[in-house]
Design a protein around this ligand. Structure first.
Ligand code: NDP
Length: 285
């Protein structure tokens, strides 16, 4: 059996098309969704992500406000900028590209972003509401995973979902979202004993650990849905996921490619959250 590809690029494109129309409508009512994109330092991967976020904003009609700050920016300066953006009515969403340089306190920065502008969904207000199953900004990568499953008619209800990785950015919120979709969820991490056995029990296996091809074919239950969130660069400069794609696709029923799976969805969901933020600010829902 060869798995069906889950085409994140296509699903993301459909989402962007839908947003374009919504944005045009908002503009006709005098609201232009605005996203502030803050980059500190010279991390090459971060620069690339920020550039594609700004490009997507431009493509669909969101006004982006780019702030490129030097590596040596102090915590105080960064917090001051956040305060300014919090107060700026043209800015509906604030994105601070992570990771920040080591001398900066990421948590304090996330806590400082106004809840109604927290389009990345990493602040305590957004995450708290996620746990409470209340409407909020859902972190973009796990949100994108759920949207991909929906687009392919994959219903997690009653399935055993295994999430490998427990970061705030991906694993933990994804586990909560799958739980909300009535999956039975297991969360694995670096201290999990018998990772292979846990993975083999997964009807839906989601992996976000940051280790190239770490999940081998023999860790996948035949017929499982495999969602690979990892982005790793090989010594040859090739981008690969956390799953050994070639082996996994012979066991899985559905699989996401890397690149072209979770990656494009993340940016699409950031745009989605920004449009929601603009609607909330305009008194709409
Ligand atoms: P983190 O480094 O924050 O977290 C990694 C997680 O993986 C941790 O929970 C860690 O466990 C777990 N882990 C590490 N090694 C193992 C192991 N050997 N066995 C089991 N679990 C392990 O990473 P992120 O969540 O931020 O990112 C994960 C991957 O997803 C990266 O490749 C990143 O580039 C990618 N990513 C992709 C995005 C996209 O847009 N597609 C967006 C965000 C991330 P522990 O908690 O015990 O340390």
């Amino acid at each position: 059996m060869t798995a069906q590809l889950i085409d994140g690029k296509k699903v993301a494109q459909d989402i962007r098309e839908g947003l374009k129309k919504e944005i045009a409508e908002l503009k006709s009512k005098g609201i232009t969704p605005g996203l502030a994109v803050v980059l500190v330092g010279e991390n090459p991967a971060s620069k690339k992500y920020v550039a594609s976020k700004e490009k997507t904003c431009e493509e669909i009609g969101i006004k982006s406000f780019g702030y490129k700050l030097p590596e040596q920016t102090s915590q105080e300066e960064l917090l001051k900028l956040i305060d300014r953006l919090n107060a700026d009515p043209e800015v509906h969403g604030i994105l601070v590209q992570l990771p920040l340089p080591k001398h900066l306190d990421e948590k304090e920065v996330m806590y400082r972003i106004a809840p109604e502008k927290d389009v990345d969904g990493f602040g305590p207000h957004s995450l708290g509401k996620l746990v409470l199953d209340e409407p909020t900004f859902v972190p973009c990568t796990p949100f994108g995973v759920i949207k991909m499953l929906e687009a392919y008619g994959i219903d997690p209800a009653g399935k055993h979902a295994v999430v490998v990785g427990r970061s705030i950015i991906v694993g933990k919120p994804l586990a909560l979202l799958l739980l909300r979709k009535n999956a039975t969820v297991t969360v694995c991490h670096s201290r999990t004993a018998n990772l292979k056995e846990e993975c083999l029990r997964a009807d839906i296996l989601c992996v976000a650990i940051g280790k190239a091809k770490f999940i081998t074919g023999d860790m996948i239950k035949p017929g499982a849905v495999v969602i690979d969130i990892g982005i790793n660069v090989t010594p040859e400069g090739k981008i690969v996921g956390d799953v050994d794609f070639e082996a996994a696709k012979e066991r899985a029923s559905y699989i996401t490619p890397v690149p072209g799976g979770a990656g494009p969805m993340t940016i699409a969901m950031l745009m989605y959250n920004t449009v929601q933020a603009a609607k909330y600010a305009g008194g709409m829902r």
